[in-house]
Design a protein around this ligand. Structure first.
Ligand code: PLP
Length: 455
């Protein structure tokens, strides 16, 4: 349908530059205007209701109408609407939130540094990795290894860590201190008849080869999102992290866990690190930290990294890093109330009580003619679409098959996300068993219609 002149849609096309959108296609299609929310549903400007099958962007854990969060923001707005934490200033909700996060941390942590986005948290981690190695007199130990198909954000350093071509191409990235090792997706990258364990061994050996080739004295850190959500819900084999961490330990390499999506019950434990036995030196978190009601993220660091900052403070004085809105009072108040709600309503217990239904609903798609691989954990999952189930041949990306499933799902009142050739599900954590069944029923219609479209 043509976009009506002077409509809000026309003004969107005229004035808004959309992230992760094909600019030329958008000029023709215009936006979907979202006007409100109710539980796990969002409502467009014409009154159509959609199940938010991706919790917005893997973040709206408590859905779209949580009154307690609105009240927490309003209260804070009327007491202290803004203050910063530069030059030793502080305020109550920042301190309370940091205290709670340290208590919740999956491994002993020392300090919390507040920022506004997952990208900023990961960029801060990169800067601290460099700062720390300068502090301890190892200025040559600066390279960072991430993985192909990883997603760690879009700022210059975090986009470099990201291992997806469209985040690098023509942005002149990655920067030269960032290297990428293998993606631990058994379905795609294992050799014929290679067991999950043998594949994990090969991934760890390949990491070690890269370290050897570059020189172990130059490798500072390894970044890992426990379950690689935006790469298409990549769940590494059970023994993968044990083998990877043995290599990191051998060469004295720091480990950063990116819990931006996994954190706060998504994988069936409070943190993805617990689901996979990961023992990081730093943890980045965002999204479900505030149920997405306020932009806030955090980087937790352990004593070892904090010691580096102390050494530098003695040497050069001020720790020269920080964002105006880091630890914003309204954001910290909302995040603190989010953690209160998780505790009061036992959100982890709820996730554990519905995740078997979610995973069985997801795995029921294994028989669908378009689905080559089903993967997931807790309340997150993806379907990888293939042209040929037997040979695992992928569709030509230009056909946009996963995107077509997304369009058909939208027509049936379900928002999902196509990432490459995967269709992704990551609903609000408050979803009920009945809503899970409804979500997958709508997804099934979308897949069937896409299958018919391809015939
Ligand atoms: N890390 C992971 C694992 C993410 O999924 C994302 C965003 O989706 C980021 C980092 C970047 O977060 P932001 O978009 O808040 O900068």
């Amino acid at each position: 349908m043509a976009i009506r002149p002077n409509s809000i849609e026309a003004r969107d096309v005229a004035h808004v530059l959309h992230p992760y959108t094909n600019a030329v296609a958008h000029e023709k299609s215009g936006p979907v205007m979202i006007a409100g929310g109710d539980g796990i549903y969002v409502i467009d400007s014409e009154g159509n209701r959609y199940i938010e099958g991706l919790a917005g962007l893997f973040c709206a854990s408590l859905g779209f109408s949580e009154k307690r969060l609105v009240d927490a923001a309003t209260r804070q707005m009327s007491t202290l609407p803004f203050y910063h934490s530069f030059s030793g200033k502080s305020h109550e909700t920042a301190v309370e939130l940091a205290t709670r996060l340290i208590e919740l941390a999956p491994v002993p942590m020392s300090k919390v540094f507040f920022v506004n986005s997952g990208s900023e948290a990961n960029d801060t981690a990169v800067k601290l990795i460099w700062y720390y190695h300068n502090a301890i007199g190892k200025p040559e130990k600066k390279k960072i290894i991430s993985r192909l198909r990883a997603y760690h954000g879009v700022t210059v350093a975090s986009a470099s860590l990201t291992g997806l071509p469209y985040n690098h191409r023509d942005f002149d990235l990655p920067i030269d201190r960032v290297l990428h090792t293998d993606c631990p997706l058994h379905y795609r990258y294992a050799e014929k008849d290679e067991s999950e364990d043998a594949f994990a061994t090969r991934c760890a050996a390949s990491l070690e080869q890269l370290i050897q080739k570059e020189g172990p004295e130059t490798i500072a850190a390894f970044f890992a999102e426990p379950l690689m959500a935006s790469g298409g819900c990549i769940v590494p084999p059970p023994t993968y992290y044990e083998k990877i961490q043995a290599v990191l330990k051998k060469y004295d390499i720091l480990l950063v866990a990116d819990e931006v999506i996994c954190g706060f019950a998504r994988t069936g434990n409070m943190f993805g690190c617990e689901s996979f036995g990961i023992k990081p030196d730093m943890i980045s978190m965002a999204k479900q930290l505030s149920a997405a009601y306020q932009p806030i993220a955090a980087l937790m660091i352990n004593d070892k990294i904090y010691d580096g900052i102390r050494i530098e403070s003695e040497k050069i004085g001020t720790f020269g890093h920080g964002f105006t809105y880091g630890a914003h009072p309204v954001a910290t108040a909302v995040a603190l109330e989010t953690l209160n709600i998780y505790r009061d309503r036992d959100i982890l217990g709820h996730v554990r009580s519905v995740m078997a239904d979610f995973q069985s609903g997801l795995h029921a798609f294994a028989d669908h003619p378009l689905v080559g691989n089903v993967r997931g954990m807790g309340l997150i999952g993806a379907l990888e679409l293939v042209k040929d189930k037997a040979t695992r041949e992928s569709f030509d990306m230009a056909w946009g098959v996963a995107g077509h499933v997304g369009e058909r799902a939208l027509a049936h009142g379900l928002i999902t996300r196509a990432l490459g050739d995967t269709v992704n599900f990551c609903p609000p954590l408050i979803i009920t068993k009945a809503e899970i069944a409804d979500m997958f029923a709508r997804a099934k219609v979308a897949l069937d219609e896409t299958h018919a479209w391809l015939q």
